[in-house]
Write a protein that binds this ligand. Structure first.
Ligand code: ATP
Length: 361
């Protein structure tokens, strides 16, 4: 069968998902503190945030494994808050080890269909089509222990899609895999999700994964959404210091506000983007490593404290005379000019920078 026929066979109507004011406490812990979030039809939305911020609890509420103390979960406008998990119409892929070990790949994929009393011949055809869709047409007879981690997660994905769910829930599906497999599978999941047009909620700790796969990323903190935006917006216009620090690398360098929404930092005066502060206020200036320039300069006060090879670029950490550190990316071709201990001058291009209150975290 062609891929487009397979996709058509597996596709469903894309649903809208809404979390409205979800609150959930576990004893003294507030896991969700009024979570509001909408996932648009066909969108892949990543929930990103530090450990314990409530990502899993939110996902489990949509799956129906967890129920809120207050608030609602809506799918296509219908309140499903009280609907049990087996009637939620959600396909789920977990971190790992979630396949039934005593069933081969084909039977794993067909399992849900069997529960729904689909006839044996149709089950086998559907399961085979789904395995083909995830590139495992020839592995149907293999048992989980005869498959690699990446292959097992593909089977898990096929199994999640078998019942044509209205939403797909991915709970860190790549975290147990090695880096190379992770990147490949990341691209495959994204392509398949787009082809199927299935509304998908994806949780991850890994900002690179979230930014590279998602249409939008919701950064969570303490049971709430701190910012939900496209990856580009999140990176270039973080709404808070927390988001700025969590998404991408950010240095904090002390500065003093000057007149006309500018800030004095690293011996220069540059414009400020977003909320500034009153002239004379002490602030921290947030700087991305690609927005900082370094030049070898034997007279300068800064010294290279560390270097990290990142491929095409090398990240240089400079310790300034006041003890604060700032990171700058240079082309790896120039990395030899910045050995650890070398004196370097740090400069800023004429770009607007973000400032935050010095106490803000
Ligand atoms: P991680 O990235 O570490 O998986 P997370 O963002 O998914 O974290 P949750 O698993 O949603 O976070 O947990 C949110 C908070 O609620 C945490 O403090 C956690 O310890 C607590 N919590 C979650 N489930 C339970 C439970 N069943 N009983 C008690 N506390 C819980």
């Amino acid at each position: 069968m062609t891929i487009s026929t397979l996709v058509k066979a597996a596709a469903t109507e894309a649903a809208t998902v809404e979390f409205r004011g979800l609150r959930r406490e576990f004893g003294p812990t507030v896991a969700l503190d009024g979570l509001d979030l909408t996932v648009q039809p066909g969108e892949l939305l990543a929930l990103l945030g530090p450990s314990g911020c409530g990502k899993t609890t939110a996902l489990r509420m949509l799956a129906g494994f967890e129920h809120p103390d207050s608030g609602q979960v809506l799918v296509d406008g219908e309140d499903v808050t009280g609907v049990p998990a087996h009637r939620r119409d959600a396909g789920m892929v977990f971190q790992s080890y979630s396949l039934f070990p005593h069933l081969n790949a084909l039977d794993n994929v067909a399992f849900g269909l069997r529960m729904r009393k689909v006839r044996a011949a149709e089950r086998r055809t559907r399961a085979a089509e789904l395995l083909e869709l995830v590139g495992l047409a020839d592995k149907g007879e293999r048992f989980p222990h005869q498959l690699s981690g990446g292959q097992q997660q593909r089977v898990a994905l096929a199994r999640a899609l078998a019942l044509r769910p209205r939403v797909l829930l991915l709970d860190e599906p790549l975290s147990a895999l090695d880096a190379k497999v992770r990147t490949t599978l990341r691209e495959e999941i994204r392509r398949l999700q787009q082809e199927l047009g299935i509304t998908t909620l994806f949780i991850t700790h890994d900002q690179e994964e979230a930014l590279s796969m998602a249409d939008r990323v919701a950064v969570m903190r303490d049971g709430r959404v701190e910012q939900c935006s496209t990856p580009t917006e999140l990176y270039s216009r973080p709404a808070t210091a927390f988001v700025a620090g969590f998404v991408g690398t950010m240095s904090r360098v002390p500065g003093v506000m000057a007149a006309g929404d500018t800030v004095e930092v690293l011996g220069r005066r540059v414009p400020v983007t977003g909320d500034g502060a009153a002239a004379g206020a002490s602030v921290d200036v947030l700087l991305r490593p690609e927005g900082v320039e370094v030049e070898p300069d034997p007279e300068a006060g800064g010294r290279v404290a560390a270097t990290a090879f990142l491929g095409a670029t090398t990240r240089i950490t400079v310790r300034l005379p006041d003890g604060c550190e700032v990171k700058a990316d240079v082309s790896t071709r120039r990395a030899g000019e910045f050995p650890v201990g070398a004196r370097v001058a740090v400069g800023l291009p004429d770009q607007a920078v973000m400032v935050v209150d010095r106490a803000a975290r």
